[in-house]
Design a protein around this ligand. Structure first.
Ligand code: ASP
Length: 337
């Protein structure tokens, strides 16, 4: 075959490969926000975070490009981080006051406004997969504790030992946090410390233009038995609506619940016509700062605009935009800028 003919064939094939409904895709992920300072980081540790974030964002992006549904990409990206001990989700989750792990996760689809969540689960290997199952295979939005675990087992998710999530680093953080709490001599009290970073989340726009958001976490170090944070609360830690945006949050959960952070960002777009950047900046850098709630969000809107906004020193994050450009960040600036 002549070269020109071959080229024509290649061009024809690549055009055919793009579905009629195909459009650009976008993904943003986070691995937690907090007092993440370069001076406390070794080059090896920084490189490990960058590599894990890149792996997670590329996993989700590859699926999106292949035409997978947004929820599949969100779950796959989050599962990379639930498996990495670097993050406070799945393996590497923080410890409760009593020395266990109680995991929370949620997912929401912006097209159907369907949502699923699990809260306070101890034996589910991938809480984000269980949240998706609640959304797709149950009539409920949120299942908690034993009920969520029994549901997961009933659909074939094998229970795991809670100790599977143990890591030495998080155990040391627990000991530090407990010392502070016990010294405060207030029942259930003491200031929340900085030992929690690493909640994970992903937001995407898929090829059908659907926006999907998901979040998974171990919560806050030394949290009390039964404490549930914002991550599994739809509207607080996770929200998605094709009419506005998809948001996943990380930070001091009690504030994110009180200020229904994820939904507030979407509502500002929907009812005030704020841009995504305006809505996210106002909620994180004004509303939350005034309330002294620390943390950040990632978000994507229906045009594929992306936001990664935080009022803390840093937020582990990565994105691949509609142009296919990838960025990774830990501190204020993006790493590759
Ligand atoms: N938002 C999570 C919680 O409060 C913790 C975090 O994002 O770091 O459970």
């Amino acid at each position: 075959m002549k070269i020109i003919q071959k080229l024509k064939l290649v061009l024809l094939c690549s055009c055919l490969a793009v579905p009629a409904w195909g459009q650009d895709v976008a993904i943003v992920i986070h691995g937690g926000a907090g007092t993440i300072l370069k001076k406390n980081m070794t080059p090896e540790r920084e490189a490990a975070y960058v590599a894990a974030l890149q792996e997670a964002v590329k996993t989700g992006y590859t699926l999106l490009k292949s035409g997978a549904k947004g929820e599949e990409a969100v779950v796959a990206a989050i599962q990379v981080m639930e498996t990495s001990p670097l993050f406070n989700a799945g393996i590497g989750a923080v410890y409760t006051f009593e020395g266990h792990h109680e995991l929370d996760a949620s997912i929401m689809h912006g097209g159907s406004l369907n949502a699923g969540a699990v809260a306070g689960v101890k034996t589910i290997r991938s809480p984000i997969a269980a949240a998706l199952a609640v959304m797709e295979q149950s009539p409920h939005v949120m299942l908690s504790g034993k009920g969520a675990e029994l549901f997961a087992e009933s659909i074939g998710m094998k229970p795991v030992k809670n100790s599977l999530f143990n890591t030495e680093r998080r155990y040391k953080s627990l000991l530090k946090a407990k010392e502070r709490i016990l010294n405060a001599h207030i029942p259930y009290g003491g200031q929340q410390g900085n030992e929690r970073f690493g909640t994970v989340g992903a937001v995407v726009m898929d090829k059908e233009g659907n926006l999907v958001a998901g979040t998974s976490t171990g919560g806050m170090t030394a949290k009390r038995y039964g404490r549930i944070g914002d991550s599994p609360v739809i509207g607080a830690g996770t929200y998605a609506d094709n009419a506005s945006c998809a948001v996943s949050a990380t930070g001091h959960g009690e504030y994110f619940i009180r200020y229904h952070v994820a939904a507030d960002i979407c509502s500002r777009m929907k009812y005030r016509n704020d841009t995504l950047a305006e809505a996210a900046n106002t909620v994180i850098n004004d509303v939350l700062v005034k309330a002294e709630g620390d943390g950040g969000i990632i978000a994507v809107d229906a045009k594929g605009n992306i936001a990664a906004v935080f009022n803390t020193a840093g937020m582990y994050r990565a994105q691949i935009d509609t142009q296919g450009e990838m960025k990774v960040g830990i501190y204020q600036e993006w790493v590759n800028e």
